[in-house]
Design a protein around this ligand. Structure first.
Ligand code: ARG
Length: 461
């Protein structure tokens, strides 16, 4: 039997069983909230003093005690006690040991229900900022490569089949855009993260004159929550952050998939920095893209975490239920994975070099100018559907002869359509055709150059 819990021992004759204590303890997971818990408690103690609930001397002792505990935690001297359930009770109990009776007043009007949401929101506000910074670093690395290769040609793919020529710079900027949306998603999360929960009590509100707007400002929140019941039962913000992590992880996983494909000898589009690759213990020639594979594999966990937090909420009646304690492990796992994955991906992009020759060579593997051929006919007055049909037929004919359209001579081409002139060869040449894709957002080197300038502005602040 463990000792009777001092936070609620009055009502109990029995202490919680060792089994129940072990099952309900969350200290292994939530101790990372310690710093935020202490910041929140100090600010709350000041509000209690301003409300006349505790006196100045209590406040001084509470602050001193909590700051000492903070140092002990930072230096690894603090002894966490799993039987004290969670981070909140560990700190409260340590404070009582340090300063005695004044510590017993700190929890006046407060519940762990509003305390834990406050800690978690404070924590996520910081984590969101850190993730946004890492996204930006990755975007900058992508931009550097895009700038270098803004005019270099490669096959663009649909269905993983060579489709139309694009520039490598343009392809890379696609990832920049995906990451930009990720950044916006995390920024949007900040709106609800900025609503301060503290001061609503267990669920019903607080009878003591806690100035919540003032408390919010002190803790760096820009707003406060409006309904005490919702405040302690809401975990939307956990799911929101978890979703943002998942979407970002999906993007990083797609990047990884391309890195894995592109670094294979079949593609041979990219060389990865050696320090981010691994070898084989049996096959001496191997240089494996393990980091990319680990990002692709690890990203699955973030999707699992999202489903966990969503299903955690769906059957909960209002307001707080202990189920909520289960939100932290999946959330923290996602955040830790995302931060590591962003860093590794940045290093991978920074250190990779592209095989432009091979990309150019692959353009010749297919009838990559077929769409341009059809558009040539359109410019000669043929309706597009007809032009498509005509082009399709010549592609088939070329295939039968084991040739490409570009290898047909002009008289053969004129048989297909009399308006075809010798300028067709330049028109369907990827090196020329690329410049025609000049629409806003298109792949012409001119537009890619402009897109890079705009992208640079986006990440410069
Ligand atoms: N460790 C708990 C959690 O993470 C803190 C709140 C506990 N509240 C309670 N009434 N048992 O949700």
């Amino acid at each position: 039997m463990t000792k009777k819990n001092t936070s609620w021992g009055g009502r109990f004759t029995q202490s919680v069983s060792a089994l129940a204590s072990k099952f309900s303890s969350s200290i292994d997971v939530d101790s990372v909230l310690a710093e935020k818990d202490i910041i929140g408690s100090i600010a709350y103690a000041e509000s209690l003093q301003e409300a006349g609930v505790i006196n100045k001397s209590d406040l001084i002792k509470i602050k001193r005690g909590l700051n000492q505990i903070k140092k002990e935690i930072e230096t690894g001297k603090f002894k966490w006690n799993p039987s004290l359930e969670d981070v909140h009770m560990n700190i409260e109990s340590a404070l009582e040991k340090k300063i005695g009776d004044s510590a017993k007043k700190l929890h006046t009007g407060r519940s762990r229900n509003d305390q834990v949401v406050t800690d978690l929101k404070l924590f996520l506000k910081d984590e969101t900022k850190a993730i946004k910074k890492k996204i930006k670093d990755l975007q900058k690395n992508i931009l550097n490569k895009a700038q270098k290769h803004y005019a270099d040609l490669m096959p663009g793919f649909t269905h993983l089949q060579i489709a139309q020529p694009v520039t490598l710079g343009h392809h890379l900027l696609a990832y920049f855009e995906m990451l930009q949306r990720d950044s916006i998603r995390f920024e949007n999360n900040e709106k609800t993260l900025n609503q301060m929960p503290l001061g609503v009590g267990a669920l019903a509100g607080n009878r003591f004159a806690i100035d919540r707007p003032k408390l919010a400002k002190k803790l760096g929140f820009t707003d406060i929550t409006r309904n005490s019941i919702d405040t302690v039962s809401d975990r939307d913000f956990v799911t929101d952050v978890s979703y943002s992590c998942s979407m970002l992880a999906v993007h990083l996983s797609r990047m990884s998939e391309e890195i894995i494909l592109w670094s294979s000898s079949q593609f041979d589009y990219v060389q990865l920095p050696e320090e981010l690759c691994t070898g084989s213990s049996i096959m001496p020639q191997k240089k494996n893209p393990d980091m990319a594979e680990l990002i692709r594999g690890g990203s699955s966990q973030t999707l699992g975490s999202l489903v966990t937090t969503l299903s955690l909420m769906k059957n909960q009646s209002l307001s707080y239920n202990r189920d909520n304690q289960e939100d932290k492990e999946p959330l923290f796992k996602s955040i830790n994975f995302i931060k590591d994955a962003l860093e590794i991906m940045s290093e991978m992009i920074k250190g990779m070099s592209f095989n432009i020759k091979k990309m150019l060579h692959d353009l010749d593997l297919s009838e990559v100018g077929a769409t341009d051929f059809a558009e040539y006919l359109v410019l000669k007055g043929v309706p597009f559907r007809e032009a498509h049909e005509i082009t399709g037929k010549i592609v088939k004919e070329a295939e039968r002869k084991n040739l490409f359209i570009r290898e047909f001579n002009l008289s053969e081409l004129k048989k297909i359509h009399p308006k075809i002139e010798k300028d067709i060869y330049k028109f369907i040449d990827p090196k020329k055709a690329i410049h025609a894709k000049n629409s806003l957002g298109g792949t012409s080197p001119k537009k890619v150059k402009a897109a890079i300038i705009a992208a640079k502005k986006t990440v410069s602040s």
